[in-house]
Write a new protein. Structure first.
Length: 210
């Protein structure tokens, strides 16, 4: 039975940044798996699911990837390594231009005003360029005209070009994410197994919750 000191220690840990980061990371992964499964059932993509999907995909492949690479060296949880491998497989299936578009759609979904893609700075001066990053983290700069040219090259000029692009990305990513969902689940069950055994020992009737 946990003592008061144990409970205070747990409460203190749950208020730390490492706990918050770890919790957010695992929720990111779970959200992606849920979206991946739900969208596969839709003949016509729900706009809100599609929006959430591109936000989670980009954030996991950017901040999530950097966090997982750091954690896999410090924490004995194979899910961090699985995330790194999943994103690497996803990157193999898209070009840097497609990654640029995934970021653009994430930005446009997350911000009311996205000034990074404007022709002018906030002070009214002409913007010479905006920094972006390739899949491997290499930085490059695009002028507003070059940004537009990338859009046209990837999406065309037809109204359905954007939706076709998003469908193609989803269809490309879906089997990869589905494969790793199973690996994540197996690893989570393995990690939780000692806690489940302890629960059975303390509460064989199953009437209590730890």
């Amino acid at each position: 039975m946990a003592t008061k000191d144990d409970e205070e220690m747990i409460d203190a840990f749950e208020g730390t940044e490492p706990y918050a980061n770890d919790y957010t990371f695992h929720r990111w992964c779970e959200h992606l798996f849920i979206l991946n499964n739900e969208m596969s059932k839709q003949e016509i993509f729900d706009a809100y699911y599609l929006r959430a999907y591109f936000i989670v995909v980009y954030e996991l492949s950017n901040e999530g990837l950097n966090y997982a690479k750091k954690q896999e060296l410090q924490v004995p949880d194979k899910r961090y390594n699985l995330l790194v491998k999943m994103v690497e497989e996803m990157f193999q299936e898209i070009t840097d231009d497609e990654y640029f578009l995934i970021k653009y759609f994430r930005d446009s979904y997350c911000h009311i005003f996205t000034r990074s893609y404007d022709y002018h700075n906030e002070d009214g001066t002409v913007r010479k360029g905006t920094n972006f990053y390739c899949k491997n983290g290499v930085k490059y700069c695009l002028t507003p005209r070059e940004i537009i040219e990338k859009f046209v090259a990837a999406l065309g000029r037809k109204p359905d070009g954007e939706l076709l692009f998003k469908k193609r990305i989803f269809n490309t990513y879906h089997p990869i994410i589905k494969k790793y969902e199973l690996l994540f689940t197996n690893e989570r069950n393995r990690i939780n197994a000692p806690l489940n055994d302890l629960k059975k020992m303390l509460d064989p009737s199953g009437l209590l919750e730890l």
